[in-house]
Structure formats: C-alpha cells, structure tokens
Design a binder for this molecule. Structure first.
Ligand SMILES: Cc1cc2nc3c(=O)[nH]c(=O)nc-3n(C[C@H](O)[C@H](O)[C@H](O)COP(=O)(O)O)c2cc1C
Length: 373
C-alpha cells in the first residue's frame, strides 16, 4: 500500500498558541501593488480566498501604518477608517473558508521618496544616509529615493504608537493578528542594522540600542492586541536596500532571545540564502541558532520547495514554512504538495502590475479531472 499522501511533514497539524493550524504551509507576505490609492480593493477578496485552506495561516501583504510609511504605489494601508472598512470583506472571505489571517504592518522608512510623503517632505529613517537608486524587482523601473531625515529621539515614540494603532485597526478589520515587518531594509531594519544606523542616542550604537526600537514596537503592539496575536519578521542576514549588518548572527540571536520575554505568537525569519529578494545562494550560515534560542513558534521563509520544506519541519529547523512565489503562482499549493503535483510557474513580469486579474487571480488550480480518485 502506498503511504497516505497526507503523511508529509508539511501537512502535519500544528498548534500555534490559540490557533489550531491544520498544516505547516504559510502564505508569505507578498506586496502586489493593487490597492489603488492605498485602499484595499474588492479583487483582493478572490486573491486571498483562493489561497485559503481550512486551518491554514495566511500573512497579508505589507501594509502601511501611517501616511509617512509608504514607498510603493498602490500598496495598502491601515491608518484610515476607509482602509479598515476595505479590509473587512477580505478578512471575512478568508474566515469563511476557515483560514487564519495575519496582517503584515510596515513602515518603509528611507525606501521612499518625497512623492509618497505628506507635503512632499523627506522620508524618515534612523539615519540621514541616502539610498542609491535601485532597479525595482520588475527589473525595468529604477526607484529613486529622497535622502531621509533622521528621526529625533523624541519623535520615536510617535512611530511606535503608529504601529500600535495599526495593530488596533487590524483587529477592528477582523484580522487574527499582525506580523510586524522588521525585515528587508525597511524602517525597523534601518534601526537594527549597523550599515545604516549611525545614531548616538539610546537607539543606536550597541546591539541592545539598535534593537530597542523593534522591541518597543513588539511591546506596544503586544500590549494593545495581546502577544498571542503578534508575530515579527526579521532578515538578519539580508542586505537589501543597503541595509546589512557586520554581525548578522549576533543580531538574529539577540532578537530571538529578547523576543522570548514578550511571549509572542511567532518569529518569522528569512533564510540567509536569500541574498537578494529573488535568488538563492549557497551559504554556510543558518537560522538554526535563532530557531533554538526562540521559545515560540518559528517560521522560516525563503527559497523553499516541497522537499526542503518537508525536511525543515522533519529536522525541527522550523515549525512552519512560508512560501512566497510558489504560493503566488499556485493558489492551491497545499493540495499540490499533498498530491506531489506539478506546479505552475510564476511570472515575475506580473508581480507588481496594477491589473486586478492578470498575474493575480488567474493562476490555474489543479484541474479536478486530472487528479487521482
Ligand atoms: C512579489 C513579491 C512581493 C513581496 N512582498 C513582500 C512583503 O510585502 N513583505 C515581506 O516581508 N516580504 C515580501 N516578499 C518576500 C517574500 O515574502 C519571500 O520572503 C520571498 O519571496 C522568498 O520566498 P520564496 O522563495 O518562497 O518566494 C515579496 C516577494 C515577492 C516575490
């Protein structure tokens, strides 16, 4: 007799605090730039519900916490009443299918320009170090950045508070929790990493000081909505947006250990092999020390397929595995992994276009009459 297909480690149930997950395959946060005017749109109802399974965890795309948080056209926000209302039917659709839905909340910091900022002001950051123009992930456009303004020490509590309010708004919209975006060179990472952070106040210098802003946000958000509804994403090894660290391992470990005192739902880390957003490289570095230091649920992401995802769970290197591009292109990814079916290929050219259907909700499901009885 063949083994039951559900015997694969990725399909084993998992209890994440109060949430009963039916499997380990998580939808990674994916910016899609289809929230016109920063307001989530009805076409996101279909997009997210296509990727929902009963008991599956989904993390919604990076969503701005305030009007200074934005740096990408048509990325969603959650600081206005209109945005909160617009999220509600999307969350309801995911819940109707039994999904567990966290919202990723972010502030881009200096990865912005004055065109995205209120009154055309300079973006804010930990530093006033400018970011050189970068080719966008679509490989064509070049993003231009306005040199940032260094936040004054006395302004920092206001930004922490913006994250708190965003989390409160996410609860009002019906989300099950929030994921604080501390990865990929955005504002929180601009504080964490010594390539950017050149502050001399209590938010810069030592590891403890550079991690203070992130941990104050974790604390404020946890106090607001309950730690059991809070996750954080970190990418200690990445250096996107000229935001690297001279000792990534020490940084990751310090954060993993410090997070333990808040009892948050999960810590989500990006694999060191993701040296650029799109490419895997061989590296001897590993998330294992952080996985072992962190006491809660550990989510790993970055370059996983079916086989190495199964291995990560089996070898206890992660509790959950988040899939980005494969889930983007395969709305029924958990089912395809279960059946070990071929996967749709993703099309990079349509990742960030504004079309409400193309490259968004038109990736095909497994044809039901091709599946085995
Ligand atoms: C189109 C696209 C949008 C992304 N948007 C986000 C985002 O909003 N927040 C985030 O933390 N990571 C984002 N990422 C990174 C993914 O969550 C993921 O970490 C990355 O794609 C590597 O995982 P994968 O190999 O499974 O795709 C994005 C990646 C892609 C391809």
């Amino acid at each position: 007799m063949a083994a039951k297909p559900s015997a694969i480690p990725l399909l084993a149930p998992y209890k994440m605090g109060k949430f009963d997950l039916s499997h380990r395959i998580v939808l990674a946060p994916l910016t899609r730039q289809r929230s016109y005017g920063n307001v989530p749109q009805p076409h996101a109802i279909l997009y997210y519900s296509q990727r929902t399974t009963k008991g599956g965890l989904l993390i919604a795309e990076a969503t701005g916490v305030s009007d200074t948080a934005q740096g990408y056209k048509d990325a969603p926000g959650i600081w206005t009443k209109e945005q909160v209302e617009a999220w509600k039917p999307i969350v309801d659709a995911v819940h109707a299918k039994g999904g567990i839905f966290f919202l990723q909340i972010w502030h881009v910091g200096r990865v912005s320009n004055s065109g995205f900022q209120p009154n055309g002001q300079a973006p804010i950051s930990s530093s006033d170090k400018p970011l050189t123009p970068q080719r966008r992930a679509n490989g064509i456009d070049v993003a231009e950045f306005t040199p940032p303004r260094r936040l004054r020490t006395d302004e920092i509590p206001q930004i922490v508070n913006d994250f708190r309010i965003a989390a409160k708004n996410a609860m009002e919209a019906g989300f099950d929790g929030v994921e604080i975006h501390g990865a990929h060179g955005y504002l929180i990472d601009q504080f964490l990493k010594d390539q950017v952070n050149d502050r001399t106040d209590q938010y810069g210098g030592s590891l403890e000081n550079r991690c203070r802003f992130a941990l104050e946000i974790v604390e404020a958000v946890s106090n607001e909505i309950g730690a059991d509804r809070v996750g954080i994403r970190l990418s200690p090894f990445a250096n996107y947006g000229e935001c690297g660290d001279s000792n990534a391992e020490a940084l990751g470990l310090y954060m993993a250990e410090s997070l333990n005192k808040y009892g948050i739902a999960y810590c989500h880390m990006v694999e060191p092999r993701m040296k650029t957003v799109a490419e895997k490289v061989e590296t001897p570095q590993s998330l294992l020390p952080m996985r072992q230091a962190f006491k809660g649920t550990f989510v790993a992401a970055g370059g996983f397929g079916r086989e190495d995802g199964n291995k990560a769970v089996e070898e206890d290197r992660a509790d959950l595995v988040a899939y980005g591009r494969l889930f983007l292109a395969n709305p029924d990814l958990p089912r395809r992994f279960e059946l070990n079916s071929p996967l749709n290929k993703y099309n990079r050219d349509t990742f960030y276009i504004y079309d409400p259907v193309i490259g968004y909700t038109d990736y095909p499901f497994l044809d039901s009459h091709h599946s085995v009885a």
